[in-house]
Design a protein around this ligand. Structure first.
Ligand code: ZN
Ligand code: ZN
Length: 267
């Protein structure tokens, strides 16, 4: 039998309310985060032609509710291991709702494998316990997930290079954030060094690819877009204007939301 080597993904939901990313390779199907209810997670998997019973694992980036809401029920319904850091498990509701024999611990910056997928968790800057972004690779292609980080620059940009897909937080537009109805403390938290990436910061990240000589992504997806302090159009404009390279093939730009699962993209 021919082994299919194709990395695919669908953003099941992305935004301040719920985050969940489906990734599949030739042999493996995983979720990174399950912030939708279990029922909605299953509905959205089914909407892209995936049976929930085929999942091999659920991986958690951090313990905020918009990333773990469905995890406890899914772990009861499905016989899948839950991967997370020990600190995340012990500090969260998950230590009370999911028994230890169903969880597997990873450490930031220690690569681990699930069948034919290799996952590298890397540290991000967010007000959670040991939050991480991910590089996920089959033997051929790589997808990077970077959301829920207040800042990301300099040396850290190495985690974003040499990938075929980048799912990148464009949480807020700075002027819209400061003029929206959020309380002052919430605005400060979001804009702070361990809050969320602005359109402006994401634009700079995309622009950094212009100075980088290696592979650039085929797909860049704007993610974790706030409903109150951003819009898909503003987020998309930030990324496309950040790219601004005339010399290199432009990636395809998409915006992910919370209303429905995205297409199932093949890399
Ligand atoms: Zn968070
Ligand atoms: Zn979040």
């Amino acid at each position: 039998m021919e082994i299919v080597k194709e990395l695919k993904f669908s953003v099941l939901s992305s935004g301040s309310k719920a985050n969940s990313l489906y990734i599949s390779s030739g042999q493996t199907k995983i979720l990174i985060d399950a912030g939708l209810s279990a029922k909605k997670t299953i509905e959205r998997l089914n909407s892209i032609g995936v049976s929930e019973g085929d999942l091999d694992a659920i991986i958690i980036t951090h313990e905020h509710d918009d990333h773990i809401r469905g995890v406890s029920v899914l772990s009861k319904l499905l016989d899948v291991p839950i991967y997370l850091t020990q600190a995340c498990y012990l500090s969260s509701i998950l230590s009370k709702t999911i028994s230890l024999h169903k969880v597997l611990f990873f450490d930031p910056l220690v690569r681990f494998r699930i069948n034919d997928l290799s996952l590298l968790p890397f540290p991000i800057y967010h007000d959670a316990v040991q939050p991480v972004g991910f590089r996920v690779s089959d033997n051929d292609k790589t997808l990077v997930l970077l959301t829920d980080t207040g800042t990301f620059e300099g040396e850290d940009l190495k985690y974003l290079y040499n990938c075929e897909a980048l799912i990148l937080e464009t949480n807020h537009d700075i002027p819209t954030l400061w003029s929206c109805s959020y309380p002052w403390q919430v605005k400060q938290r979001i804009a702070g060094p361990v809050g969320h990436l602005s359109n402006e910061s994401a634009s700079k990240i995309v622009n950094a690819y212009n100075k980088y000589g290696g592979n650039v992504p085929k797909i860049i997806c704007a993610a974790h877009i706030s409903e109150n302090s951003n819009s898909p159009d503003l987020a998309n404009y930030a990324l496309t204007s950040g790219w601004a390279s005339k010399n290199r093939n432009s990636p395809s730009f998409y915006t992910a939301g919370t209303a429905a699962a995205s297409d199932l993209f093949a890399l």
